[in-house]
Ligand binder design. Structure first.
Ligand code: PFF
Length: 469
């Protein structure tokens, strides 16, 4: 691979859009609000923000550095520096693969809800929750929408890095941002909205447990697309003139802003209408249409706009997940792009079919006592990404040469990175210890202990057999 010129982002803003497009997704708009709702609101958000600043941002800088230094995607990058770490890259590819086993299901719901906004969903406010339940548990409908979503992914990724992903990101991200601001303004101006703002920003620590910390940790990795080599792959495409820390700060800030905006769009209106914040994964799909159904003629239009935004966000994230796997197959297994896209797309579609059916049509599709859908979700978010982040920090802090890191982060000494030592010590000491503590507290507190142990065993086996990878 070395010596071969790598396809670069054609412009700096193109890279930021693409990386922010990866970060901002269902994680911000579907997952963040329901986790915040289920974990007591303000306290969860405070813990989340602290993790973002001290863990997420440091790991993002680390991933960009590994990627641009090696000019390879995750597995190749690890292999080049230290073969024993190959498994960390493989865990990342596996995570991307497994996330794509449930992400397209929710992406499909989102596309369906664009249409449903206009076809009577909002007409009967009392039936919206039931309608969501009926929809996701029906055997055929959600599968069709999932396939539509998957097809869009395959098409964009098959067209290649700079043309496909960059173009999609450039048009779609600003649209999303404007839409969320508009909905947020509408939400906070409703009578009774202040309760929702209080719920979001006034921390109630009585609901905090070890699991809250693990949820916040997993969520920030998921939301920032970290812990699985996605940003390593993206970093490998950044031009040598770009400032890595500055780009990481911009992307982290944008991602966090969108999550908070999604919270502001949902919770004030939710409280204004007297609804409960802990509705779980259905939150966005039940609460948002319900909110809009009370707004008269403009309701269906606002609702459709919201779900277009959600679909757009989901798409720019899932193409990056697909790209992690595709880049691995191209760089490490010598596939051509078309073959890589088609083969991964096929397997991901099968997994998503199982995940979708496990939510109702075939409730017996369970692994370790949880639906296949939740299995993919918990395994990746609460185990693989957290351990992936831990390994990235250990790899950079303990196995890469400090001078090399400094060289990469200062573009060969041509620019300043004044916080280098702070970042280096965070990554070397603070991040690994913090993740280890949260992981232990979380495993003790969580209900799905056997699933957690299974995940850890998989990682252990990958580590043992890493020479064969
Ligand atoms: N960050 C995306 C979201 O918030 O929806 C999900 C994601 C994309 C996670 C890419 C990990 C990743 F590598």
């Amino acid at each position: 691979m070395e010596g071969k010129k790598r396809d670069n982002w054609t412009s700096s803003i193109g890279f930021i859009f693409a990386a922010a497009g990866s970060a901002v997704g269902l994680g911000n708009i579907w997952r963040f609000p329901y986790l915040a709702g289920a974990n007591g609101g303000g306290a969860f958000i405070l813990i989340y923000l602290i993790f973002v600043v001290f863990i997420g941002l440091s790991v993002m800088i680390a991933e960009f550095t590994i990627g641009r230094r090696s000019q390879l995607s995750a597995v190749g990058a690890y292999k080049k520096v230290n073969r024993r770490f190959t498994f960390a890259g493989v865990i990342g590819v596996l995570s991307a693969f497994l996330i794509m086993g449930f992400y397209p299901v929710v992406g499909g719901w989102s596309i369906a809800y664009i249409i449903k906004s206009f076809t009577g969903l909002l007409a009967n406010e009392g039936a919206i929750a039931e309608s969501f339940g009926n929809f996701i548990t029906s055997p055929v409908q959600p599968l069709l929408w999932m396939v539509v979503f998957m097809f869009l992914n395959l098409y964009i990724v098959a067209k290649g890095v700079s043309s496909g992903i960059e173009k999609a990101g450039k048009i779609l991200m600003p649209t999303l941002f404007v839409l969320l601001v508009l909905i947020g303004i509408r939400s906070v101006t409703l009578p009774g909205a202040s309760e929702g703002l209080k719920f979001l920003f006034y921390p109630d620590f009585s609901k905090v447990t070890g699991e809250t910390f693990l949820n916040a940790l997993g969520q920030q990795f998921f939301s920032l697309s970290l812990g699985m080599g996605c940003m390593i792959t993206y970093g490998s495409y950044i031009s040598k003139q770009e400032r890595l820390p500055k780009n990481a700060v911009i992307i982290t800030a944008l991602d966090t802003l969108v999550a908070l905006l999604a919270g502001i769009a949902i919770f004030p209106a939710l409280f204004a209408f007297g609804l409960q914040p802990d509705q779980g994964p259905g939150l966005v799909f039940i609460v948002v249409p319900q909110i809009f159904s009370e707004m008269g003629a403009i309701g269906p239009i606002l609702s459709a706009i919201f779900f277009i935004a959600l679909t757009i966000a989901a798409l720019t994230s899932s193409i990056s997940l697909l790209e992690v796997v595709v880049a691995y197959l191209i760089d490490e297994r010598k596939f051509n792009r078309t073959k890589a896209v088609i083969s991964t797309g096929l397997v991901m579609t099968i997994m998503s079919v199982l995940a979708s059916l496990s939510l109702g049509a075939f409730p017996n599709l369970k692994v370790f006592g949880v639906a296949v859908f939740d299995f993919f979700d918990i395994l990746t978010d609460k185990i693989f990404l957290a351990i992936g982040g831990l390994l990235i920090a250990i790899f950079v802090g303990w196995f890469m040469n400090k001078e090399d890191l400094k060289d990469e982060l200062t573009n060969g000494g041509s620019i300043e990175f004044g916080l280098f030592n702070i970042w280096y010590n965070l990554v070397k000491y603070v991040v690994p210890v913090a993740i280890a503590i949260v992981a232990v507290l979380g495993i003790i507190a969580i209900e799905q202990t056997s699933l957690m142990i299974f995940g850890l065993l998989v990682i252990l086996l990958l580590a043992i057999f890493s020479k064969k990878l």
